[in-house]
Design a protein around this ligand. Structure first.
Ligand SMILES: O=C(O)[C@H](O)[C@@H](O)[C@H](O)[C@H](O)COP(=O)(O)O
Length: 281
């Protein structure tokens, strides 16, 4: 099925996105997957802002808060339209809770920190209460930082600030905003590293990430896949081959399956692709 959806934007212009409904063998079959293809990265940014603001309104109405899990990498820049008019003023930022799907274990003011990246490009521009922003404890080793983050999530579940999934028992975030690497990694779950198969922990760690810097903590797949909504935000020609694999049959001949093929959501998984990333579909 291929059909057109028209998104009206804040700029009262229109963006035409091709929505591909793809039956994927690679992604958990139960997941409702939507693939949105845009003409440019700028159009992805406009659509992502509207998608996120709409979900914020829906979840704040439904449950009184909106939990958002950020990635590092290019995602924060692609979120840039969300901190502009009209969303800057219309979104109820006081109800947002911010988490990181993965974080580099460096001081929060270090250039490699995903927190710092998000602070500069996003968090410093909107009034999310500081107490709702869950950065890692940067004074700890990777192992201890992962334990600490998991403990804090457990505490939020106990205090009923975060719900758990009825299906999996893992914490259920409203929205995960994920990027993907050319090697098919998502969060800090890399194809060649065993922690991608972790089934019990909520948060785990790695000290030899193939993408620098080496020490990182990361949500595990059971937590990622318990989210209500997931956006895979993928732009650029260097991701075209991996996107084709992820949205095709998921097979990389002769090698390990890619982590990006294991992403599923309890509600809806939406791929936001620019023309370059979608060029091989
Ligand atoms: O800390 C990180 O490195 C990120 O959180 C990582 O998981 C990122 O999302 C992907 O590597 C995609 O990165 P790009 O968007 O830069 O391609």
């Amino acid at each position: 099925n291929v059909y057109l959806v028209v998104y009206s934007t804040a700029l009262s212009s229109f963006i035409v996105a091709t929505e591909l409904v793809i039956p994927t063998a690679s992604m958990a079959a139960k997941t409702k997957t939507k693939v949105l293809k845009f003409d440019s990265e700028e159009d992805v940014a406009v659509a992502l802002a509207k998608y996120t603001a709409d979900l914020s309104e829906k979840y704040v109405k439904q449950k009184g808060s909106f939990s958002v899990v950020l990635s590092g990498g290019t995602l924060i820049d692609t979120l840039r339209k969300l901190v502009e008019s009209p969303y800057k003023d219309s979104v109820d930022w006081s109800k947002w809770l911010i988490f990181w799907v993965d974080e580099r274990v460096v001081p929060l003011d270090h250039e490699d920190s995903n927190y710092l990246l998000a602070y500069r490009g996003f968090l410093s521009k909107v009034p999310i209460p500081a107490s709702n922003i869950y950065a890692i404890n940067d004074k700890k080793s990777p192992e201890d930082a992962a334990d600490d983050y998991e403990e804090r999530l457990k505490h939020l579940v106990e205090s009923k600030i975060l719900p758990v999934s009825d299906v999996t028992g893992f914490p259920k975030f409203d929205l995960m905003l994920l990027g993907m690497g050319p090697d098919g990694h998502v969060a800090s779950l890399f194809p060649s590293r065993q922690h991608r198969y972790e089934k019990k922990r909520w948060v785990t760690f790695i000290t030899d990430s193939p993408k620098p810097p080496p020490p990182r903590i990361t949500f595990t797949f059971p937590v990622i896949n318990s989210a209500s909504e997931i956006a895979m935000v993928i732009t650029g020609a260097d991701l075209a081959d991996t996107t084709k694999i992820a949205l095709g049959d998921g097979q990389t001949p002769g090698s390990t399956p890619l982590p990006c093929c294991e992403v599923s959501a309890e509600g809806e998984l939406t791929w936001f692709l620019d023309k370059d990333a979608a060029s091989k579909l």
